[in-house]
Ligand binder design. Structure first.
Ligand SMILES: Cc1cc2nc3c(=O)[nH]c(=O)nc-3n(C[C@H](O)[C@H](O)[C@H](O)COP(=O)(O)OP(=O)(O)OC[C@H]3O[C@@H](n4cnc5c(N)ncnc54)[C@H](O)[C@@H]3O)c2cc1C
Length: 339
């Protein structure tokens, strides 16, 4: 069956595009992704910088609301991954002025459409050390803009050696009592100006030839553990106090020396990988796999294929900027389909 428009990805960019296209009467189909419907924000706790929520909102709740809003305007959801996209029919000036695309999903089914919005986000690279997954959202973070505010007057560690790591570390000196940037090599990939700025910042310490080997947590003081209790005949199990980051284990890669460093937060800034491999044969990407779009727009190199959010944007990487780009992609697709 041929659809008007298919959106790939269910983060803020994809859901926003669906809301606009649904309200435009175009009956969008949204392929959510099989493993992470709702996108990156379902992995976080409180979101304090999305406009409209003065008291903050939990990431999964925000994404549920976006989904509900998209559903209200008629979006059809498919909980699967798109494995590949191909153009199956070229544009024909007479009958079909736009090319037709076929999307193959992981379950073997296929979908066809003349317009596609790619909103598949990016995956941050992880350290892969013990404690990282368990303490994610409780001191382990991948976004200084999002979470720096939570660590006022606390010691902070940043891991990475590129410009983003330095930018994050310098930004975090506004909040933390100290910031230690840890890098596994003896020199940095970051530009010299960033390194100079970091070296002249009294709050920032640079630790080279060092790797993090484990992240440890301690029970949160704010929410202490409670024993098992019975209320109105209902047995509630003992609650374990949530763990927050308390320290990390480190190892010097040159000498092999090991040690422990106390910290309240670990910001991992070792890069992102845009989720675009499945469509790299159809649209142009840059060397790192980010989809390239026409300046100020969302048009990719393939007619009828638009892209929005973190799979395009290596700079801003915020929920609100992804949502804004999802809106633009929807309006671009709508104009393309109705031209
Ligand atoms: C831990 C954490 C905390 C954050 N906190 C904040 C915050 O407080 N405030 C803020 O503004 N931003 C925050 N961010 C950043 C924000 O989450 C991202 O900028 C935003 O989610 C990007 O939206 P997106 O729609 O481009 O992509 P994503 O949210 O990454 O969504 C992409 C979607 O595409 C799907 N997908 C991928 N490949 C395929 C495929 N082949 N087929 C089908 N589906 C596919 C995925 O499953 C996912 O659902 C945080 C990020 C992280 C990781």
């Amino acid at each position: 069956m041929e659809h008007n428009v298919i959106i790939i990805g269910s983060g803020p960019a994809g859901y926003t595009a669906a809301i606009y296209l649904g309200r435009a009467g175009l009956n969008p189909v949204l392929v959510t992704g099989a493993l992470a419907p709702g996108g990156q924000l379902v992995n976080t706790t409180e979101v304090e910088n999305f406009p409209g929520f003065p008291d903050g909102i939990m990431g999964p709740d925000l994404m549920d609301r976006m989904r509900d809003q998209a559903e209200k305007f008629g979006t059809q959801f498919i909980a699967d991954d798109v494995e590949s996209v191909e153009q199956v029919e070229a544009a024909d000036a007479a009958d079909a002025p736009q090319p037709l695309y076929r999307l193959s999903l992981s379950d073997g089914s296929v979908l066809e459409s003349r317009a596609i919005i790619v909103a598949t986000g990016s995956n941050f690279r992880k350290l892969g050390v013990p404690g990282e997954r368990e303490l994610s959202g409780h001191g382990v973070s991948y976004c200084a803009t999002c979470d720096g505010f939570f660590f006022k007057d606390k010691p902070i560690v940043v891991v990475g050696g590129g410009d983003s790591a330095f930018e994050e570390a310098l930004f975090l000196t506004r909040f933390g009592s100290s910031v230690t940037l840890i890098h596994r090599r003896d020199s940095f990939r970051a530009s010299q100006i960033m390194v100079d700025r970091a070296q002249s910042n009294p709050k920032l310490t640079l630790l080279t030839n060092t790797v993090v080997t484990a992240i440890h947590g301690s029970a949160s003081e704010a929410k202490p553990a409670s024993p098992a209790i019975t209320i109105g005949g209902l047995k509630l199990p003992a609650a374990t106090a949530p763990q927050n980051v308390s320290s990390i284990d480190i190892r010097n890669t040159a000498t092999g020396e090991t040690g422990t460093l106390d910290t309240s937060a670990v910001f991992v800034a070792i890069g992102h990988t845009p989720a675009t491999e499945f469509i790299a044969d159809v649209v142009s990407t840059d060397d790192d796999g980010y989809i390239t779009v026409a300046e100020a727009g969302t048009h990719t190199s393939a007619p009828g294929v638009f892209a929005a959010g973190d799979c395009v944007d290596r700079t801003y990487r915020q929920a609100i900027s992804a949502a804004g780009m999802g809106c633009r992609a929807a309006l671009d697709a709508q104009q393309y389909l109705t031209a």
